[in-house]
Design a protein around this ligand. Structure first.
Ligand code: SF4
Length: 274
């Protein structure tokens, strides 16, 4: 029997590409074999779940606000210390998108060979013929380094997919890379957003890298375990790989923000499986 490979039509996302880059074996277990996660990602479990749920609730509140629900009504729903603080920070921030057409929680898809590449955006704000800003809300405790976020697949995928698949948001004309910027707004650090402008050279570099990575994964038959065992501490497949039974702790996670990003992988997977 041959080695398992991806079926044509598979939808890639920034999360699955990041999984492959972090550990090919994790990609295989999660997306080809579609195994459920047998181990917890971080300890303590309840605290981790609470953070995930609050992050999702915060995204929902902002979405509801952007589509027109009154802030006062939503404020009454921000009923935990974290949510209240993030919400106050959000309401106290002067975002630049007033006067822009706002596309909230929108998913774009670009074909790549026999596969698709999806990006689900928190907000795309468009000033026709001028600028387009991608906003992504982050609720991490620690603010990641800007250079680290710049290199994440999310930053590279979101901007490139907008060029490839966003023409319908711009009266049928593809956005030029120079019109695009991506902004991570950190709910714990409201006055320290990370802004990433874009240009044609970056777009060509990223799109070439994305298409070759997707083609490489599509032709892959061997998915080795990562050599960087730090990645295993937060991976739910540890027991499959004999990489230890004990989960990394949230304190480790805080010390190693770079291992986790913000939106939990599972949340992303749920988001794109529409
Ligand atoms: S436990 Fe480690 S080697 Fe195994 S899938 Fe997870 S990251 Fe990869």
């Amino acid at each position: 029997m041959g080695s398992p490979t991806l079926l044509p039509g598979f939808s890639f996302s920034q999360t699955s590409l990041q999984d492959f880059s972090d550990c090919p074996r994790r990609f295989q277990l999660r997306y080809i074999e579609q195994l459920q996660w047998p181990a917890v990602e971080t300890e303590p479990v309840l605290e981790n779940e609470r953070r995930q749920q609050e992050g999702q609730l915060f995204h929902r509140r902002v979405q509801q606000h952007l589509i027109g629900l009154p802030a006062e009504k939503l404020t009454r729903l921000a009923n935990s210390p974290d949510l209240s603080r993030w919400w106050e920070n959000y309401l106290g921030t002067k975002f630049k998108y007033s006067g822009y057409a706002q596309h909230v929680e929108i998913t774009l898809a670009a074909p790549v060979g026999t596969f698709r590449l999806l990006a689900k955006y928190d907000l795309i704000a468009v000033k026709l013929g001028a600028r387009v800003s991608i906003y992504d809300w982050k609720t991490t405790r620690k603010r990641p380094r800007d250079e680290w976020m710049a290199a994440r697949w999310q930053t590279r995928v979101y901007r490139a997919v907008l060029v490839q698949a966003g023409a319908h948001l711009n009266r049928g004309d593809p956005f030029s890379p120079e019109q695009i910027e991506m902004i991570y707004w950190y709910a714990e650090y409201p006055s320290e957003p990370a802004c990433y402008p874009y240009n044609t050279t970056q777009y060509k570099r990223d799109w070439d890298a994305l298409t070759s990575l997707i083609n490489e994964i599509g032709n892959h038959h061997h998915f080795p375990l990562t050599e960087d065992e730090k990645k295993c501490a937060f991976c739910p497949y540890r027991s499959y790989c004999n990489r230890g039974g004990k989960a990394g702790t949230m304190m480790d996670e805080m010390a190693e923000t770079e291992l986790t990003g913000d939106k939990i992988n599972f949340e992303q997977i749920a988001e794109i499986e529409f």
